[in-house]
Design a protein around this ligand. Structure first.
Ligand code: ATP
Ligand code: MG
Length: 417
């Protein structure tokens, strides 16, 4: 029996991979305009890194990680997200000697979740992190970049939700208030939330179980409990977002699934996605670098879910340059073929040469099945004329075209449809 892939793990096939590359390239070139550079981080890290950064009592660490012993018996984990590795690299490689670091990345992440549309066990993220700047302007500008990115791809109808989770000075008091509230509704909370309300009551606000959603209606709101500094920071983020002209909704229940966040958090959702509707999410994590042993470094970052972004975009958003097929007829045309095909490719036109040496009829059929929009035929007659027969497969027309100027003519016909 043939071997199949693992549940929740996808192949990104040629029909989609071109769009993915375009999505990634558009991201990196746009992010570059804001001063970001790419960092390539490992897919596997020591398990401890994720436990300490994401938090022991989060769903990710408690039940979603792909953890395994390596040959020595040391505990390794396939990365469930990118921020922890970026911060680890930032500290280990002493990137903090620069006043600020702006890093972006892309690659697969792994979480043992229940696979469904928009939720997989291996999924890709595009992420960006600004390390070393506490300014609310950074939060707003990074969100502006994200919104401009979606606009550049042609994404429509996304909604930006923001919140502030406060800081070490004001969150403990909020936690106490929330805990007091949750204690009174404990009988309606799920087992998981009951178990962890003592250590991490905020998790109950992020829980997707219907009972918990219902039980936490009317819970105290963090935005009412912010200290003066966090409040000012949040107000400045909001007014800067308005300067950029971005609408947003303050959602004071949004706590996010990772413990390292402080102050600004956000989520971008799309109505086109159904229940897995978050396309991107992130926020500030001002104490993580220090907690992992680095210098005091306030940070802001986000991650976009590639599969969900591709779902929002649909298949019509990106069309690669169509393939043309080149058919040389007879041994005498070999030398000319090499030059023509090379020149076409050098001018950026995708060409597949047909080497099959069968009848013209079967070669034309093959070109059609390859989806060729144009077919070029070079036989003895064309060779004598320094021309090719150029067939337009969609229109069913053909004409004799000189080698000289073939690239520009083909490029023109490929775009003028
Ligand atoms: P969700 O609430 O949908 O589970 P999350 O809060 O766990 O998302 P983050 O950890 O913040 O998400 O990751 C950022 C983005 O990565 C999400 O907004 C989503 O687009 C994407 N993402 C997260 N988990 C998955 C998954 N299992 N499959 C596909 N995409 C995912
Ligand atoms: Mg999740």
């Amino acid at each position: 029996m043939a071997i199949t892939s693992i549940r929740g793990f996808n192949d990104i096939l040629p029909g989609t991979s071109g769009q993915w590359r375009w999505i990634e390239e558009t991201a990196f070139s746009l992010f570059g305009l804001y001063g970001f550079s790419e960092i390539r981080i490992p897919v596997v890290e020591k398990t401890e890194l994720f436990c300490r950064s994401i938090g022991e009592t989060t769903d990710i660490v408690e039940k979603e990680m792909y953890t395994f012993p390596d040959r020595r018996g040391d505990s390794m984990t396939l990365r469930p997200e990118g921020t922890a590795s970026v911060v680890r690299a930032y500290i280990e490689r002493k990137l903090y000697t620069a006043p600020v670091s702006k890093l972006c990345y892309t690659g697969p992440m792994f979480r043992y979740e229940r696979p469904q549309k928009g939720r997989y066990r291996q999924f890709y993220q595009i992420g960006a992190e600004v390390l070393g700047d506490p300014s609310p302007g950074v939060d707003a500008e990074t969100l502006e970049m994200l919104m401009r990115y979606f606009a550049a791809l042609g994404v429509e109808g996304v909604e930006l939700k923001i919140n502030s989770l406060g800081c070490a000075a004001c969150r403990p008091a909020y936690k106490e208030r929330l805990l007091g509230f949750l204690k009174n509704t404990e009988d309606r909370l799920c087992e998981n939330c009951v178990r962890r309300i003592g250590t991490n009551p905020l998790r109950a606000l992020d829980c997707k179980s219907p009972g918990c959603i219902e039980a936490t209606v009317g819970a105290p709101e963090i935005t009412d409990c912010l200290c003066g500094k966090c409040n000012t920071h949040f107000e400045e983020v909001k007014s800067a977002l308005s300067l950029y002209g971005h609408d947003f909704i303050v959602d004071s229940r949004m706590v996010r699934g990772l413990d390292y966040y402080s102050r600004t958090t956000f989520e971008i959702t799309s109505g086109a996605l159904g229940s897995q509707n978050a396309v991107a999410a992130g926020g500030r994590y001002d104490s993580l670098v220090k907690e992992l042993g680095g210098p005091d470094t306030p940070c802001f970052g986000f991650a976009i879910g590639m599969e969900r972004l591709a779902l929002v975009l649909g298949t019509d958003s990106f069309s690669p340059t169509e393939l043309s097929v080149f058919i040389p007829m007879g041994a005498g045309t070999k030398e000319a073929s090499v030059g023509i095909v090379r020149a076409l490719r050098e001018s950026g036109l995708p060409v597949a040469e047909d080497f099959s040496e069968t009848s013209l009829k079967s070669r034309m059929k093959r070109a059609d099945r390859l989806g060729a929009r144009f077919v070029m035929i070079l036989g003895a007659d064309e060779l004598a004329e320094e021309s090719v027969t150029l067939k337009d497969m969609a229109a069913g027309t053909q004409d004799l075209v000189k080698w000289n100027g073939l690239e520009s003519l083909l490029a023109e016909r490929l775009t003028s449809r």
